[in-house]
Design a protein around this ligand. Sequence first.
Ligand SMILES: [Zn+2]
Length: 411
Amino acid sequence: MSALQPQRTIDELKELRSLTGNADGAQRVAWTETWAAARDWMHEKLSQLPVEYEIDEAGNVWATLRGKSEKEMLIGGHLDSVPNGGWLDGCLNVLAGLEVLRRIASEGTPPVTVRLVDWADEEGARFGRSLLGSSAASATLNPDELRELTDRDGIKLVDALAQFGVNLDTARESHRQFKNAKAYLELHIEQGPVLESMNLPLGVVLGTFGVERHAIRYIGQAAHSGSTPMDHRRDAFAAAAKLGLEIRAIARRHGGVCTMGSVVTKPGIVTAVVGQCDVTLDQRHLDAGALAKMLQEAKDASQRFAAEEKVTQEWSLLWRIHPIPFHPDLIEMADEAVKETCGLSHRLPSGPLHDAAEVARAGVPTIMLFVQSLRGLSHAKEEDTKEEHIAISVEALDRLATKTMNWIANQ
Ligand SMILES: [Zn+2]
């Protein structure tokens, strides 16, 4: 039997599901007892391998298999889940990585050091701050932005972290983990419909989308819906509605995505023309130039619509992040690994952010593989991937790991 046993990954995913899930789905919310149980279970698996086990200043778990060289290949994922989450998001990455680690360890000392990392609190489900452990390690985390965060029961993030031995103010010392890191690999379920619609099991991720997130306020004049003739109105909603449709054309023109996710009208009653309308706009693209163009076109259109409706408009930035492209050499190697495993490959951007984006921001050459998600569902108990595709994904990650170790060793 080959040293790599993808079926073991499927069995272990089911084992973890029965240990940390219930009828509503996975319950491995970070900084909870169930999450700790998942990590203990993982520790037990790792203790059967010749690896060093460590929990760092940010609560990230590292298993290190020493190689002939100090240069490191990292494989990562996250055991934490959203409440009522799926059985694959995050933990497939970790358990596939575990299987690859077993295969490499079975062949003796690898050419480079191999490390498996389970990032702490990728989902941010309890305190609303995602990518916590990986952003601490990449040193982009700002403790002051997190200090006052509380969960639904009023428990402070700092106190919950302290229970797990993590101090917010020293969490960024975990940055030392990247000292010898030469590559980072992450396998993840796609969480979207693209691969399924193309009938492909696997895809190579080009990078994560840049995001421009803005709030726009239109101000017109609230007026009686019966006594105000149509051409006398200054309807704030009309301008917002025109933009809500225009952003679809903007997104299509540039190959990105645009979403108006929230619309709030005032006075918000059935008998009044809208005097004030607040909307949000979320725009995403893998290319920084295209993202900037999408934003400019939305601003120009918004100004035009405001003039047409005789209302004012004001934009304010909510949040932005630049696109994070993955490493070109690793993209090529991942493409080869996927083709060798299942014949066909497809390259696609990632809409959601992942821990991999934080690692890439820290300057570590990074790549992700996506495996098909059924019906594109995730963060729900219906999240699923065909078992044959899970097996293929473990094999592709394993092939990619071998290529990457050689790539690092030859540097
Ligand atoms: Zn995830």
